[in-house]
Ligand binder design. Structure first.
Ligand code: CTP
Ligand code: CA
Length: 221
């Protein structure tokens, strides 16, 4: 009899996936956001759960339904994401940072709605902590997976992130292309690891790409 069951090659592994974009507050009615839809991260969380992993999905605001069989933690700001990821980290086997993390936050969040009194408005931003870099610095046995969103020099920039953040796997994403990435249902990426040639995954649905990323993670474990 043919088995239609999904292979259980992540059975018992504790996997944290971050997804979506973080929001940074400006005032009670406004925020800074980015174009992340959350689709790639949700596809990874869902596929990892199907393959037997104990999955925690930490997600920024997203219109997507929560995947089945996954522990869900909703966050808004980068600071909230950092707190949630760092709390889970010591008891996690694999961290997949698919979230599009805001690099800056507003220096002084206004407690009241800012009125349109002036002809121009300068908003001062300060740099957020690099969550993944911090995880790389305190890594023990965890497998660390990052994403690189680039609009130019894809492989060189991605390679630099793999090394600088002490990652085991980096998924390089060309976000300048309109046919893939962000809101799209398909993606085309290159997988970078420390000791092997880059592996190009040709354009496919985010489900298929998620499966291939998990195959690589299992191979590295
Ligand atoms: N990341 C993070 N914390 C940040 C910024 C990014 O953990 N404050 C993670 C992302 O989730 C992603 C990886 O780092 O997995 C790379 O993100 P990316 O935006 O491509 O790179 P940056 O290091 O932020 O550099 P830049 O945006 O300048 O290219
Ligand atoms: Ca960034």
């Amino acid at each position: 009899v043919q088995q239609l069951e999904v292979k259980q090659d992540l059975k018992g592994k504790r996997v944290v996936v971050t997804a979506g974009g973080t929001h940074e507050e400006i005032d009670p009615v406004r925020y800074i956001a980015n174009r992340s839809s959350g689709k790639m991260g949700y596809a990874l969380a869902s596929a990892a759960a199907q393959r037997g992993a104990e999955v925690t999905l930490i997600s920024g605001p997203s219109a997507l339904p929560q995947p089945m069989g996954v522990k869900f933690i909703g966050i808004e700001t980068t600071a909230e994401l950092a707190t949630a990821v760092k709390r889970a980290y010591p008891t996690t086997d694999v961290v997949i940072m698919a979230a599009a993390v805001a690099d800056y936050r507003v220096k002084k969040v206004a407690s009241q709605k800012i009125k349109k009194e002036n002809a121009s408005w300068h908003l001062e931003l300060v740099k957020n902590e690099d969550i993944l870099f911090g995880l790389g610095q305190t890594k023990r046995n965890q497998l660390l997976v990052g994403f690189a969103a680039e609009t130019e020099n894809l492989l060189a920039n991605a390679q630099a992130k793999l090394t600088k953040k002490n990652l085991d796997l980096l998924v390089a994403n060309d976000v300048a292309r309109k046919d893939i990435g962000f809101a799209s249902d398909s993606n085309e990426v290159t997988l970078l690891t420390k000791n092997q040639e880059p592996k190009h995954l040709k354009r496919a649905s985010k489900q298929v790409i998620a499966g291939a990323i998990l195959d690589e993670i299992v191979r590295l474990m």
